[in-house]
Design a protein around this ligand. Structure first.
Ligand code: IVH
Length: 557
């Protein structure tokens, strides 16, 4: 009997051991996967696999409460909400940067640095610069004690910021633990990737909420939330560029050799586990710096995050100390700002588009024009009130930019160029697709087609269902969907799962191989997390985040 119990306990202990190993493995994989996804833009595993690993970890932690840990990736979501963000005094003030708006101003900066350092002929070659891209995000400062993340704050006025520790914990690229048990402070920018900005604004537009102007605003809005659960639902990331070491501070640091240069600090930050923006350079003179800045003017638009210039820094810390600062900005660094990009073009037409919920959105068809790294030919005008407020007419010459470097936006008409031939836009009285009379509810902004069977609405609904945020049926693009709907092969969402290979082979330009691939994607789409299923249904007011909240709630009750 006793032997039986002992054996049982021993078995349990062995199981616990292997659970601990597995939990460790899973945490490492999950952290690595989100790092690759956000930092390198090169995901190694699919979203599905990520979800599976994440769920397995959650389950193990539930079964083995002793293995739970505050720094597990599972704890990075929805920790206890704070009542209000409290204040944090910065131990070292957070500085701002002086700006240079031209090459001449960069050369003047170089001349000033040389004059102030008064280097001799032998030491002048020691003056080298480093360059980093200027990340257009929200500056934060993070404190680590014995290698653990203990507090994070926004910049605020430079002396006092807001405590956003719990919100920062939801950002998966921010290490909870360092690779070494050190006391230190790091600084960098939290930012919202352009794609996430576009996703959130699309969702807000659908829910008739005010849109964010750019990723920096939505990133700041997301970080400064009272409820970290909200921050967690927005995919923020971060780059770090300042390392404040405090070797020998109380807490028993192993005093390592402190870094002597900014270029070394960037390497050290990487070693410690921090994401560092990869496009930096060092060991340059001012002519190299200018080449670097010119080089990045165009390609910066292709990066998945917003940058608004180049930061030039004197590399050596002893030189930095000698140069000091003036009015809260260091004399050893300068930001070479890129001007915001705008372009002029003509509104050739304004065309109403029917969306998934029937909403008619006026879209400006533009004479194609290059702005912020790509050619723009369309820009949403959101709704009739917006068209009227901005007074945009068909035939107008307009000023255009890209909100957050991604979303084309008509800023204003160039009134002085009007010829009198411009035409005011009118909403159609009937749906351009199904001819049903258009409705505008009292006091509402949107016009919509009320016909639930409107082919435009139905098509978009199925597109949403099969799309990325939904069942993610790879290969079910618009060309395929429209045929499936037209031929009556799919009438209800469930019909996807009853499609047969022969049916798919009969589609235009569909060889056996494509049909097989689509069958395989549909097969994979039989299993999706509940939140994705809820989102895929396109229930009014239920977007991606609400779907996640609902699924969480259902899992808890
Ligand atoms: S260094 C003491 N490096 O730009 C110098 N700042 O407009 C502190 N920024 O307050 C700044 N990227 O929030 C530095 N690679 C970079 C940066 C950077 C973005 C921000 C930072 C700064 C602001 C000034």
């Amino acid at each position: 009997m006793l032997a039986g119990v002992t054996e049982e306990l021993a078995q349990e202990a062995r199981a616990d051991d292997s659970a601990a190993t597995r939990v460790d493995e899973l945490r490492t994989w999950i952290i690595r996967a989100s790092r690759l996804y956000y930092e390198e833009d090169a995901p190694e595993i699919t979203d599905d696999e990520y979800d599976r690993l994440f769920r397995e970890l959650q389950e193990l932690e539930e079964q083995h409460p002793d293995l739970r840990s505050l720094d597990s990736p599972t704890q990075r979501v929805g920790s206890a909400p704070a009542k209000a963000l409290s204040e944090v005094e910065h131990r070292t003030p957070m500085l701002s940067l002086g700006n240079a708006f031209s090459i001449d101003e960069l050369r003047a900066f170089d001349a000033r640095v040389r004059r102030l350092l008064a280097l001799s002929a032998e030491t002048v070659s020691e003056l080298r610069y480093g360059t980093e891209l200027k990340i257009d995000g929200l500056a934060v400062s993070l404190r680590y004690e014995r290698g653990r993340f203990v507090q994070g704050a926004t910049r605020g006025d430079g002396s006092t910021g807001e405590d956003v520790t719990q919100n920062l914990r939801t950002i998966t690229v921010i290490p909870e633990r360092l690779t070494e048990p050190l006391d230190l402070e790091v600084r960098g920018e939290v930012y919202m990737p352009k794609a996430e900005f576009a996703r959130i604004n699309a969702e807000r537009e659908e829910q008739a909420l005010p849109l964010y102007a750019n990723p920096r605003n939505s990133g700041a809005g997301s970080l400064r939330q009272i409820d970290p659960g909200v921050t967690a639902g927005r995919k923020l990331a971060a780059w770090f560029y300042v390392l404040i070491e405090r070797p020998g501070a109380p807490g028993g640091n192993a005093p390592s050799e402190p870094t002597q240069r900014q270029s070394e600090a960037l390497v050290r930050l990487t070693e410690l586990g921090f994401p560092v923006e990869p496009n930096h350079a060092a060991d340059m003179d001012m002519e190299d710096v200018i080449r670097f800045a010119e080089h990045w003017r165009e390609p910066r638009h292709q990066l998945p995050y917003e940058t608004d210039g180049v930061v030039v820094k004197v590399d050596r810390f002893d030189f930095q100390r000698r140069l000091g600062m003036v009015s809260r900005a260091p004399r050893w660094a300068i930001a070479y700002k890129s001007p915001p990009e705008q372009a002029e073009t003509t509104v050739e037409d304004i065309v109403p588009y029917v969306g998934r919920t029937g909403t008619l959105t006026p879209v400006a068809h533009l004479r194609p024009v290059k702005v912020a790294g790509s050619t723009v030919a369309r820009a949403t005008l959101h709704n009739l009130d917006e068209v009227r407020r901005k007074d945009i007419r068909i035939g107008d010459q307009v000023l255009l930019h890209k909100a957050g470097d991604v979303i084309p936006e008509v800023l204003r008409p160039l009134i002085a160029r009007r010829t009198g031939q411009e035409q005011e836009y009118r909403m159609p009285e009937r749906c351009p697709v199904c001819d049903t009379p258009i409705v505008r509810d009292d006091g509402a902004v949107r016009h919509y087609c009320p016909n639930l069977a409107c082919p435009a609405r139905v098509g978009q609904e199925f597109g949403h269902f099969a799309g990325r945020g939904g069942m993610d049926i790879d290969g079910a693009g618009w060309m395929v969907l429209s045929q499936l709907l037209e031929r009556g092969m799919v009438r209800k969402r469930g019909d996807f799962y009853r499609l047969r290979l022969e049916q798919l082979e009969s589609l235009d330009r569909f060889a056996r191989k494509s049909a097989e691939n689509l069958m395989a994607s549909i097969e994979r789409a039989r299993v999706r997390p509940l939140a994705r299923i809820l989102n895929s249904l396109g229930i009014p007011q239920v977007g991606e985040q609400t779907a996640i909240d609902l699924a969480d709630w259902m899992a808890r009750t």
